[in-house]
Ligand binder design. Structure first.
Ligand code: AMP
Length: 114
């Protein structure tokens, strides 16, 4: 998608502070971190929202979570705990329409989220 900022990070057209990648998934630090560790895990292929996921994407979504697990270990937040969130559509706070798993840690999290 030519007008998607996360696709531009995948293609290298705009910079990202990349912490992890494999053939299917890319992860980079959030520009506006909400916790000491705040990393976004995205599929390299453009998918706008959770609502567009297909059955064939099940493995891809699993790979996003496996990446999150790896990243949490690399960041040293796996034992203390961390939160993963994927917002869907504007009412949930989604602002970038290329699915992304937020990985947040390094501080105590509260519940419920706002
Ligand atoms: P959401 O509100 O769930 O769609 O999350 C979008 C996230 O993307 C926000 O936390 C933004 O701070 C972050 N973000 C937007 N543009 C960039 C960028 N170029 N590089 C890194 N993070 C970004």
């Amino acid at each position: 998608m030519s007008d998607c900022i996360f696709c531009k990070i995948v293609s290298g057209d705009i910079p990202g502070d990349i912490v992890y990648q494999n053939d299917d998934v890319l992860a980079f630090r959030d520009l506006n971190p909400q916790a000491p560790t705040h990393i976004l895990v995205i599929p390299k292929r453009h998918i706008a929202t959770i609502n567009e996921l297909q059955d064939a994407d099940a493995e891809l979504v699993g790979k996003m979570y496996l990446a999150a697990k790896e990243i949490a270990r690399n960041e040293g937040i796996d034992e203390a705990g961390y939160r993963t969130i994927m917002n869907c559509n504007a009412g949930a706070g989604q602002t970038v329409f290329h699915i992304h798993l937020h990985v947040l840690g390094g501080r105590q999290m509260s519940w419920p989220p706002g």
